[in-house]
Write a protein that binds this ligand. Structure first.
Ligand SMILES: [Zn+2]
Length: 173
């Protein structure tokens, strides 16, 4: 292979990567393009989530596989030197992540973690982002259904609607 071409290709790849794999930006751009609105780096929430979607009661963490110790991930390998140091550092990060997510759950927030490795190739990126959008819609509908069933009992309008529905012929009649 012609070395110039290789060098150029490397440069192009680096440029493309720098632009497209900054993981948090990838997720933010996708969400914005799909009409999801969010705040970033919310200072008052546990763990300072990268992305906060208030309407969906959801926060998103975009995590690097190494620093956050992504389990069973091929991008998470402990360095061969100072292994004990890195091991305990990353274990601390994992424990903190877990604590933050528990605190968020107590405050009524759903937490979603998007891992860096899930955004590596274009194919994986698309699959990850589409499933993120699906998850957000699912969360939204589920939360709404929960509120609806809670308010139904003491809401006569909704009770009336429910009884009208019961007058519709059922498939068995
Ligand atoms: Zn990973």
């Amino acid at each position: 292979m012609n070395p110039t071409t290789t060098a150029q290709r490397h440069q192009n790849m680096a440029a493309i990567k720098g632009k497209n794999t900054q993981p948090e930006m990838v997720v933010r751009r996708f969400l914005f393009a799909r009409g999801f609105r969010y705040r970033i780096h919310h200072p008052r929430l546990p763990g300072h989530p990268d992305i906060v979607l208030r309407k969906y009661n959801t926060v998103i963490f975009v995590n690097g596989c190494f620093w956050h110790g992504h389990a069973d991930c091929r991008y998470f390998r402990l360095p061969k030197t100072n292994t004990a140091f890195w091991e305990s550092k990353i274990a601390r990060n994992q424990a903190r992540d877990q604590k933050d997510q528990q605190a968020l759950a107590k405050l009524g927030w759903h937490s979603i973690t998007v891992w860096e490795c899930q955004l590596k190739t274009e194919e994986m990126r698309n699959a990850t982002l589409e499933s993120l959008a699906l998850t957000l819609r699912h969360i939204y509908l589920k939360d709404r259904a929960k509120r609806y069933s809670l308010s139904e009992e003491d809401n006569p309008m909704m009770a009336a609607e429910a009884s009208e529905r019961s007058l519709e012929p059922s498939p068995s009649s």
